[in-house]
Each structure stands twice: as structure tokens, then as C-alpha cells.
Design a protein around this ligand. Structure first.
Ligand code: HSE
Length: 337
């Protein structure tokens, strides 16, 4: 049995990591230790499987006593501590949820269903951006069949992806409009009011006109799938006023002719994917049905009529589970088995 630690257990991702360790983790856990800042140290977190755990003040030495440490904190924290927690033969395996190490050479960026083998001999693993991890669950089995040549993605991302203050702003803003207090909701954390709106802007704009969230999809798809550094992936990332689970419309172009029956079968058989695609009965992926689910819903699968050898489909996945906590726990499973 392993000793497992979580840094940032009171945050949205940290809480979901505890949930995944309780509900679906395949390796036996001897003890679960939670680490936090001075602000959260001493607080207790009640878990169904590991009892009532008191959050310890984080120190690198205590984290190093664990076999596996999940970092669910910001990039600055990870940059300062991750490599010290895992260094040496007695260091812990560290799975980092921030973007601090995602683009660093020699540090694997892992979706276990795609590139678990890259973790071999490594102690520090980067967990991908939620949007990329969710989309690639559907793209990878199709790439295996037909050979991906280009990808264009449009996202519809839930407010909770931007954190609790953003969720609060959406809920309070929606109420203020519905109660007739305001015509347009106030905005402080989002660049514009999100209620009754969509905002085509997530994270900072880059020199090329894309946002960082969009470029993460490009950079991370290339690294996870082992594609060339100039492999064509383009994304428009949009914030929409849903609570949880990100949606994505994907156009994937392939090297070889596509066979829709084979594509459907591959998606049906792919681990971590649930094919929800029955248009006669109006069944397709939606954030409401994907919320709280481990599998990514894929549907609206069709041959794209604008391009040769191309498929178009719609994907919904819980960004805190498949897009973060569950992926991290599956990485740990792949490394300790
Ligand atoms: N970058 C993502 C977003 C976070 O803003 O939605 C992952 O949930």
C-alpha cells in the first residue's frame, strides 16, 4: 500500500482528487495526507474512505515522505517545490496539475490512455490542460485508425473552469438580471458579463491573436500525441454560462479515407469514452449529462462535407474529473502498477 499526499486539497481539483482516490483508484492506499498553506493547515476534511484528515502545513520534507504526491496548486508553487519533492531515489512521484512543466522537455505530459509509456523512469509528470485532455480522448482512437493530419476545435467552456469566484459571479449576475435589479449583470472577474452572453476569450491573448487557452490545445496535442512541433491544430476557446463540464466541437482531418462505421466502433470501444450518438432519439453529448461522469461523451459523429477525409463530432467532458483529477489519478495508477 502507498502513502499518498495532496497539496491543495481544499481547492476544486484537490477535492475531486480525494473523490477519485475514494471511488475509483485501483492501487491500495495506506495513508492519505493533505498539505496546505498556513491558512488551511489545521482544518479538517472529512472523507468517506480515509476518515477525518487534518490538513498539515506543507513542507517539502513531509511531502517527500509520501510515495505519490498530487500538486493541485498554482504554477508558481509547483515551480518552487515539485522538483525538490521528487528528487533522488527516495523522492515521491509528483503529478502536477499546473502548467508549470507541461512544455518542458524531458517532463512527460500524460493522458494515460494515449502515452502512459512516457512515464517510465520519470518521477515528475505534468497533467494536461482540461480542454486538451477531454478532446484527445475522442481524437486519439480516430488518429489510430486514420492518421490525424489537422485539427480544428471550438470550445464551449463552463464558468467553473475559471474558478469559484467566476462561478459566483455567474450565479449572482444571473440572479440580479432575473430579479430585475439590473439589465446587464456586473462583471469583475470575467472580462465581460457572462450571464446571457458568451465570451470568446479565455486566458491571456498571445502575439499571434490566439489566447493562451487556445494555444495550450495546440502545444499539448502535439506533445501528448507525439506529433511534430508544427503539427496544425487550431482552437477557438469560448466561455459560456454553464456551470460545469466543457464542450468541444472538433473537425479532424485525416491522412486516409474515413470509414464512419469503423470510427463509431473505435469510439465505442475506446476506454474513457461514452458514445452518445442517437439522433433519432435526440441523444448527443451535453454538459448536463457529462457532469460528474468519468467518461467523455462523444456524439454528433459525421463525415465533414467541407473537407476530404474529415470527421466532425461533439465532445463533452467533466473538466474537473477527466480534465484534471481523474486523469491525475489514472497517471498514478499507470506508474505504480
Ligand atoms: N483553463 C480551463 C478553463 C480550466 O478556464 O476553463 C480547466 O477547467
Amino acid at each position: 500500500p502507498l502513502n499518498v499526499g495532496i497539496v491543495g486539497a481544499t481547492g476544486a481539483v484537490g477535492k475531486e482528487i480525494i473523490g477519485c482516490l475514494e471511488k475509483c483508484c485501483s492501487f491500495p492506499i495506506d495513508s492519505l495526507r493533505l498539505f496546505g498553506s498556513k491558512r488551511s493547515a489545521g482544518r479538517k476534511i472529512d472523507t468517506s474512505k480515509f476518515g477525518n484528515i487534518t490538513i498539515e502545513l506543507f513542507s517539502e520534507d513531509s511531502a517527500r515522505e509520501c510515495d505519490v504526491v498530487f500538486l493541485a496548486v498554482d504554477g508558481d508553487f509547483s515551480r518552487a517545490h515539485a522538483e525538490n519533492i521528487c528528487k533522488g531515489d527516495d523522492g515521491a512521484i509528483v503529478i502536477d496539475n499546473s502548467s508549470a512543466f507541461r512544455y518542458k522537455e524531458g517532463i512527460p505530459l500524460v493522458v494515460p490512455e494515449i502515452n502512459a509509456e512516457t512515464t517510465k523512469g520519470k518521477k515528475l509528470i505534468a497533467n494536461p490542460n482540461c480542454t486538451t485532455a477531454i478532446g484527445l480522448m475522442a481524437v486519439w482512437p480516430l488518429h489510430q485508425l486514420f492518421g490525424l493530419s489537422k485539427m480544428v476545435m471550438s470550445t464551449y467552456q463552463a464558468a467553473s473552469g475559471a474558478g469559484q469566484p467566476c462561478m459566483d459571479e455567474l450565479m449572482e449576475g444571473t440572479r440580479s438580471v432575473l430579479n430585475g435589479e439590473r439589465d446587464v449583470a456586473e462583471n469583475k472577474v470575467f472580462a465581460h458579463p457572462l450571464p446571457f452572453n458568451v465570451i470568446p476569450h479565455i486566458d491571456k491573448f498571445q502575439d499571434n491573436g490566439y489566447t493562451k487557452e487556445e494555444m495550450k490545445v495546440t502545444w499539448e496535442t502535439r506533445k501528448i500525441c507525439g506529433l511534430a512541433d508544427d503539427f496544425p491544430v487550431s482552437c477557438t476557446a469560448v466561455r459560456i454560462p454553464t456551470a460545469r463540464a466543457h464542450s468541444e466541437s472538433i473537425v479532424a482531418l485525416f491522412d486516409t479515407p474515413v470509414d464512419i462505421v469503423a470510427a463509431r466502433k473505435a469510439l465505442e470501444e475506446a476506454p474513457g469514452v461514452k458514445l452518445v450518438d442517437d439522433i433519432e432519439n435526440l441523444k448527443y453529448p451535453m454538459p448536463l449529462t457529462a457532469t460528474g461522469q468519468y467518461d467523455v461523451e462523444v456524439g454528433r459523429l459525421r463525415r465533414n462535407i467541407a473537407f476530404d477525409n474529415a470527421l466532425e463530432f461533439f465532445v463533452c467532458g467533466d473538466q474537473l474529473l477527466r480534465g484534471a483529477a481523474l486523469n491525475a489519478v489514472l497517471v498514478a495508477e499507470a506508474m505504480v502498477k
